[in-house]
Every structure is written in C-alpha cells, then in structure tokens.
Design a protein around this ligand. Structure first.
Ligand SMILES: Nc1ncnc2c1ncn2[C@@H]1O[C@H](COP(=O)(O)OP(=O)(O)OP(=O)(O)O)[C@@H](O)[C@H]1O
Ligand SMILES: [Mg+2]
Length: 253
C-alpha cells in the first residue's frame, strides 16, 4: 500500500492556480522527488501535506488517514515532519535546544514547563537529539548558539529537528539550497541514509539536478501547478517536455 496518496489536489491563491488537479502516490520506503521551475507549486504541495494550506479540492491520505481533516500538530503526530525552504532556527538558543523543539508537535506552555521540570523526560529527549546530531555529523555543535553558525550547520540542524519527532515520512524543501558541492554531496549521503538506515520515506523538493538524479527512486515534475512527467530518473532525464521546460532551462543557466 502506498504511504502517501495525493488525489486531484487543487490549491488556488486569489487568481493563481498553484496546484491544478495533482495526483500521485509515494510508496513506503522510497525517495520521491518533486522538481519544477520556480513557482510551479512544490512548496504549496508541502504546505498542503503538513496542514498549513487548505486546498480547495482533492484529498491527501497517509497510511489510510485523510490528512485534510487534521491540524499541523496532528499531522506531525501521524508521522510526517518537514524542513523549510528558508531555515527556521531560533538564533539565541543552542543548536541542541533548537533541535529539541522538533520533539514536540505543538507549543504548549504548560507541557513545556512540565517537561523542563521533568529531568528524566529531558534526558530521554536529549539522548535522542544527540543520536541524531551524531548521525548528521553535527554533535560538536550541541552547546553552541545557533546565531553565527555556518549555513550548512543550520540546514543540518533543520533536518535534525525534523528527525527528532521520529517521522515515517520526511518532507525536505530544498535541503541543498545555498550549499557548496562538498556539502551537497554530504546532503545526498544523508538523504540516502535517512531512507536506508532510518527506514524513513523521503519526499524531496530540490533544484540541484545532480542530487535529484543520483538519489531519487522516482521523480515528479511540476510546471505551473500541473504534473508534466512522473517516472524514474532515466525516464525524466530523457522526457522531451522536461528537457524543454526544466532541464533545458538549467542547462542554459
Ligand atoms: N500564501 C500564498 N499566497 C499567495 N500566493 C501564493 C502563496 N503561496 C504560494 N503562492 C503562489 O503559488 C505559486 C506556487 O508557489 P510555490 O511556493 O509553491 O512554488 P515553488 O515551486 O515552491 O517555487 P520555488 O522553486 O521558487 O520555491 C506561485 O505563483 C506563488 O506565488
Ligand atoms: Mg518552494
């Protein structure tokens, strides 16, 4: 059974049709990438999946549950977490504390206070966060303040915060944006390990074609809110519409 099913999804903002009757499904355990030019609807689709946007039409199912009935914190509870295109870290908190924010699906003052008072709970969550930092190679940054950290570390902390809720599906919105070649190769390895070692399904939005082509099991191409191609990397690379609309454009850039 498919983990995530997107059915005839339509999302409009005033006059803009950001998603137009979009349907596809992501299988449990795969790396599924969404590509397409700027403004083609990739982030809007993430916002629909995690409950930030309420689409005017269509359905989204995750393991049989209809996500459109749920609020963002319930969607995290059902096993879906995400990162953001623009890093969302809090500068004057440590890297560790930023990551620990992901352990809770909502900001609840009473619960937060209870947790801080409960040393045992704090220790369990810290151990989990440190394991993830270790996995991502950023364990040394535990007690450093987020402010002033290199962009690459901030991006990895963002991934760590999404992993600490122990998701079944992670949505990564341009994890390699702003990274150099070396950092991009590291991100590629990390995404593979998220799939292979942690067993988490990955839905990836990314403009770096080498990264997308090298790690994706399947790729869906959006253009102006519509799917123009869907298939394995080889098919997508050779698809005439893709070459014309997307790859042609980046090859010329
Ligand atoms: N909250 C919003 N209000 C109005 N229009 C929006 C909103 N969010 C997205 N849009 C519009 O929807 C379209 C799709 O935007 P979206 O951010 O999903 O594109 P994208 O594929 O993620 O682009 P990029 O690659 O630049 O990140 C764009 O025309 C955008 O201006
Ligand atoms: Mg986007």
């Amino acid at each position: 059974m498919a983990d995530l099913i997107i059915e005839k999804l339509t999302m409009r903002f005033a006059g803009v049709v950001a998603l137009d009757d979009v349907s596809f499904s992501v299988k449990n355990g795969e790396i599924f990438s969404l590509i397409g030019p700027n403004g083609s609807g990739k982030t809007t689709l993430f916002n629909c999946i995690n409950g930030f946007n309420k689409p005017q039409g269509g359905k989204i199912y995750f393991n049989g549950d209809n996500l459109l009935d749920r609020r963002p914190h319930n969607i995290i509870d059902s096993g879906i977490s995400r990162t953001f295109q623009n890093v969302q870290n809090i500068p004057f908190m440590t890297v560790l504390d930023n990551i620990l924010l992901g352990a809770h699906s909502r900001i609840d003052v009473t619960a937060t206070l209870q947790r801080w008072l409960s040393q045992e709970q704090r220790e369990i969550e810290e151990a989990m966060a440190l394991d993830i930092m270790d996995f991502l190679g950023i364990a040394n940054y535990e007690q450093k303040y987020m402010v002033g950290q290199p962009f690459g570390i901030q991006k990895l902390a963002e991934i760590a915060r999404a992993l600490v809720s122990k998701p079944k599906l992670i949505l990564l919105d341009e994890p390699a944006a702003g990274m150099n070649d070396q950092e991009t190769r590291e991100i590629a390895n990390i995404i593979r390990e998220i799939k292979e070692d942690l067993g988490i399904t990955v839905l990836l939005v990314e403009h770096d074609m080498n990264l997308v082509m090298s790690i994706s099991d399947r790729i869906c191409v959006l253009d102006s809110g519509e799917i123009i191609a869907l298939g394995e990397p080889e098919e997508i690379k050779n698809h005439p519409k893709v070459i014309e609309i997307y790859l042609g454009e980046t090859a010329d850039a």
